[in-house]
Design a binder for this molecule. Structure first.
Ligand SMILES: [Zn+2]
Length: 242
């Protein structure tokens, strides 16, 4: 009876150590996971800005095409107006006048189009600017956060090294086959290999264990495993506070 209790106590101490190590690992992993999420947000801003820049270039090119057209047509319009002074026949005069009016209408439309392109380009430039500012500011904040997580991880590693030394000393005192079982369970049962049984209920899987087995766990003269989750069990009386 004494022996089993001693063995259980050693396992519980070991499990406590392993849970502390796991908690330290999680702190670091969670820290880096958050940084990854932030980085994804920044990358999305950059991609969107790059995409907008490409579209802005297209808009700029389309705008320039219309501007060149307008310039050419304005020159031709001036030529026609000059010609108008020197025409000989009324028919020629009327025809030229019609052309001039037509070109004026087209040029008005072209000028409006240029203005629309300019408005679109301005809106795009503003959006690009906002995205780039956001990416830059978030990037700076992220660099600060990353330095903090790196520092935290270094501290955690130091703590872990210390704990690992204690762990090494502890496992030397545990029965080899029990330790092997502990490691297997820890792997398969999310880090919890040994659990309390309270009021006949396994605190690992919360299933009721058979009454006969519960009585044997209470006696504590051998190591029992939960029939449902296979974890090693020890008895724990219901606490007064509960
Ligand atoms: Zn169980």
């Amino acid at each position: 009876m004494e022996e089993v209790q001693k063995e259980l106590n050693k396992l519980l101490e070991l499990q406590d150590i392993d849970l502390r190590i796991r908690a330290l690992d999680e702190q670091s992993t969670d820290g880096y996971a958050k940084l990854d999420v932030d980085q994804e947000g920044i990358d999305a801003c950059i991609v969107e800005a790059e995409d907008l820049k490409e579209r802005l270039e297209v808009v700029g090119k389309e705008k320039r095409d219309v501007e060149i057209e307008l310039e050419d047509e304005t020159t031709r319009l001036k030529d026609r107006q000059t010609k108008l002074m020197n025409v000989q026949t009324n028919r020629e005069y009327q025809s030229l006048l019609k052309e001039i009016e037509h070109t004026k209408g087209d040029n008005k439309r072209r000028a409006e189009e240029i203005e629309r392109y300019a408005e679109i380009a301005a809106a795009m430039e503003e959006k690009i600017n906002n995205l780039e500012t956001e990416a830059k500011e978030s990037g700076e904040a992220l660099a600060t956060e990353r330095a903090e997580v790196d520092k935290l991880t270094t501290d955690l590693e130091k703590k872990k090294t210390k704990i690992a030394k204690t762990r090494g000393a502890k496992i030397k005192k545990i029965n080899a086959s029990i330790y092997k079982r502990y490691e297997q369970l820890r792997e398969r049962r999310n880090g919890i290999a040994i659990v309390a049984v309270t009021d006949g209920v396994c605190q690992g899987c919360f299933m009721t264990i058979p009454p006969q087995q519960f009585n044997e766990v209470l006696r504590g003269d051998q190591l029992h495993t939960c029939p449902t989750c296979q974890r090693m069990m020890f008895h724990q009386a219901v606490s007064e506070e509960d």
